[in-house]
Ligand binder design. Structure first.
Ligand SMILES: Nc1ncnc2c1ncn2[C@@H]1O[C@H](COP(=O)(O)OP(=O)(O)O)[C@@H](O)[C@H]1O
Ligand SMILES: [Mg+2]
Ligand SMILES: [Zn+2]
Length: 453
């Protein structure tokens, strides 16, 4: 007779994985609401065999296997991975459903395959004919790609355990489930267990592992954040499904810089690398000046990108004024409008303000403050800004214009794209010598508005 063991459960946050002993409406770690799910606590019997004794070694005697990494040849992809894919490297690729993660990994798989690497593509999301149709559309031949439709962790472990490949892709980690757990696929316990086992096998077997993870807003499926601390590299694929551009951004990399971004355009034949991003985000920008339109010289990662910012300012009627920001943090916009009202006496409280970034690009760099304010004032006064002028600068609470980083890259990009004048922080100007375009340094917001006005 078997005595039924008491099943221990806990409440896990599907956003960050934090464990709570009781249910509550809000996660105490990450503050998200309605994201706690009751799951079985993994016990030692479901954890598998004993782990071998860890090796201790004098640091000076540790030798490094000087294995060179794998380069896919997709420059925008390799750059974000830190230049190359190393043996035993684990990469988490996160992104919203439909953004293009499966497309990206299949194209990367083909690139590795063409270098002669053996790739194992395990999917729990699509049937093999579905993958074949995508492969045909993307012109992926797949000579060295083996595809498997499987979501059982035990079966996956058996297959990857043969170590007959250099790259393994799991699409997506949320579909993988262990038979040892009775919680459904996608729960925190299942996702962690799958990642744990596969990461350990990747390190031991020396093959690179890509875990694809859907970003979930809330609800029953654990998001990729739960796995971030377990992998070497975390990259997110971002963009806006109504626009064609996609940005790959590393948020963690044990083997390289996280300052690099990769840019792609989604096309019928798949993702196309964007080597010249400014051309993508200036497409709507005409030589004919329009009020409310200003080109900003920003830097994303280490890359200079010129991007058009647009503002529309209209009288607010009797209700609360509206502030709608596309591609820019709404709070940042409110703050900038408060500075404009307080320091320059523009009546922002009686106006609705709408701003947007061309191409749906999401910007967080401080250098957009000044061009954004110039665009807002340009719309308010219905005065055009010269279409060959670009603008950059952070704006402080007292209206002072603060210097930005990597100013030479911004200037060179402006010159390359045919701009003739740049409005920039005075502090940046002093440091830069002879320049290919006219430079106008400003110390505060009023001065900048006079220059363009
Ligand atoms: N026939 C098609 N022609 C052009 N683009 C397509 C086609 N089918 C799918 N796509 C693009 O691929 C995207 C889906 O990409 P996918 O790699 O499946 O996303 P994810 O794996 O992140 O959910 C769609 O949103 C669409 O932009
Ligand atoms: Mg997919
Ligand atoms: Zn949480």
């Amino acid at each position: 007779m078997t005595v039924p063991r008491k099943v221990k459960t806990a409440y896990y946050c599907s956003q960050c994985g934090a464990q709570h002993s009781k249910w509550q409406g809000q996660c105490r770690e990450c503050g998200q609401w309605n994201c706690l799910i009751e799951e079985r606590v993994p016990t030692s019997t479901t954890r598998g065999g004993a782990t071998p004794m860890a090796v201790a070694q004098r640091l000076s005697e540790v030798t490094i296997d000087r294995q060179s990494g794998f380069v896919s040849g997709i420059v925008e992809f390799d750059r974000v991975l830190g230049g190359q894919l190393l043996a035993g490297m684990t990469v988490l690729l996160g992104g919203e459903p439909g953004i293009g993660k499966s497309t990206l990994v299949l194209q990367a798989a083909e690139a590795y395959s063409q270098q002669g690497l053996r790739v194992l593509y395990i999917t729990g999301e699509e049937s093999l004919p579905q993958i074949k149709r995508r492969a045909d559309r993307l012109q992926v031949k797949g000579d060295n790609i083996t595809v498997v439709n499987c979501s059982s962790l035990e079966q996956i472990i058996e297959r990857v355990g043969t170590n007959e490949h250099q790259v393994v892709i799991i699409d997506s980690v949320q579909t993988v489930a262990s038979e040892m757990f009775d919680s459904p696929p996608g729960t925190v316990a299942q996702v962690r267990e799958a990642a744990n086992k596969l990461i350990a096998m990747s390190k031991a077997g020396g093959w690179a592992l890509f875990l694809v993870g859907h970003v979930t807003k809330e609800g029953m499926v654990a998001g990729p954040k739960v796995l971030e601390h377990m992998v070497d590299t975390v990259v997110y694929f971002e963009g806006d499904s109504s626009h064609l551009y996609r940005m790959l951004r590393a948020t963690k990399n044990r083997f390289g810089s996280i300052a690099e971004i990769g840019l792609f355009e989604m096309a019928e034949r798949g993702l196309i690398e964007v080597a010249n991003p400014s051309s993508l985000f200036l497409t709507g920008h005409s030589d004919e000046p329009r009020s409310g339109s200003v080109v900003a010289g920003i830097v994303e990662g280490n890359r200079p990108i010129l991007v058009e910012l647009q503002a529309l300012v209209t009288a607010a009627g009797y209700s609360n004024p509206q502030r709608v920001a596309g591609g820019i943090d709404n709070k940042r916009l409110s703050l900038l409008l408060a500075i404009l009202e307080k320091r320059c006496d523009y009546p922002m409280a009686t106006n609705d303000v709408f701003v947007s970034v061309a191409g749906g690009l999401k910007l967080s760099e401080p250098g957009i403050d000044l061009p954004l304010l110039v665009a807002i004032v340009s719309s308010l006064l219905n005065r055009n800004v010269d279409s060959k002028t670009i603008c950059v600068g952070e704006v402080g609470l007292s209206g002072e214009v603060r210097p930005v980083t990597m100013v030479d890259r911004r200037i060179n990009e402006a010159a390359r794209m045919g701009f003739t004048r740049m409005i920039l922080p005075q502090a940046n100007l002093e440091k830069s010598a002879d320049k290919p375009i006219e430079m106008v340094g400003v110390t505060n917001l009023q001065a900048a508005l006079e220059v363009v006005g």
